[in-house]
Design a protein around this ligand. Structure first.
Ligand SMILES: N[C@@H](CCC(=O)N[C@@H](CS)C(=O)NCC(=O)O)C(=O)O
Length: 198
């Protein structure tokens, strides 16, 4: 299999963590594919020109990160989507992906949009979404996050790490001590260390 990849992408990181946690890294070749909405990679088999995208010998290319992670979990029989708490796990993953979406848009606004056309209110509105999601994680999800490994806690760890990587000045830990403590423990997993963004 081939994975269209960029080390800085939090969505790609979800896939990398799943590959590590399910012992499948040897089954995937990484294809460097740094891209933005204005610079798509024509070789990427995702028609939406986003990463991650996974090609496989026995079927069409898979995207997006949620589909790829679920496929890899199924392939390994790893149980990252436990039946008993399936809807909570998927909602937690969606919350993490929403944080990533907003945080990536903030980066694009600063990097891609010409300076005179940048819209600070849009950036702050995106951060508002991130902050609300972080508050929800702190208030309602710590018990789930602290439970057995699943796709929900993997995705949240990747989202929080991305905030540190791209938005260090925002200090997401302030006022969220439980989430900060959980993140510090999860970040020590070998899968998180092996997939650190660069
Ligand atoms: N929902 C998608 C989001 C993927 C995504 O936005 N990836 C970014 C890189 S972090 C990308 O490819 N951006 C290029 C673009 O938006 O055209 C997923 O979960 O895979």
């Amino acid at each position: 299999m081939e994975l269209f990849f960029a080390a800085a992408s939090p969505f790609v990181r979800k896939v990398m963590v799943v590959l590590h946690e399910t012992d499948q890294t040897g089954d995937v070749t990484l294809v460097q594919s740094v891209q933005t909405p204005l610079t798509p990679n024509p070789a990427n088999l995702n028609p939406l020109a986003k990463i991650p995208c996974l090609t496989r010998p026995d079927g069409p290319a898979l995207y997006d990160s949620r589909v790829i992670c679920r496929y890899l979990d199924h392939r390994a029989g790893a149980g990252l989507y436990p039946e008993r708490r399936l809807w909570e796990t998927l909602t937690l993953e969606a919350t993490a992906d929403g944080i990533m979406d907003a945080a990536v848009l903030m980066v694009y606004e600063g990097r891609i949009r010409p300076e005179g056309k940048q819209f600070p209110d849009f950036v702050e509105a995106q951060w508002g979404k991130v902050a609300a999601a972080l508050d929800a994680l702190e208030d309602r999800w710590i018990s789930h996050l602290s439970g057995p490994l699943d796709m929900g806690n993997i995705a949240v760890a990747c989202a929080l790490a991305y905030l540190d990587f791209r938005h260090p000045g925002r200090d997401w830990r302030m006022g969220r001590s439980a989430l900060a403590a959980w993140e510090a423990t999860f970040a020590a997993r070998p899968s998180m260390i092996a997939s650190r963004p660069s």
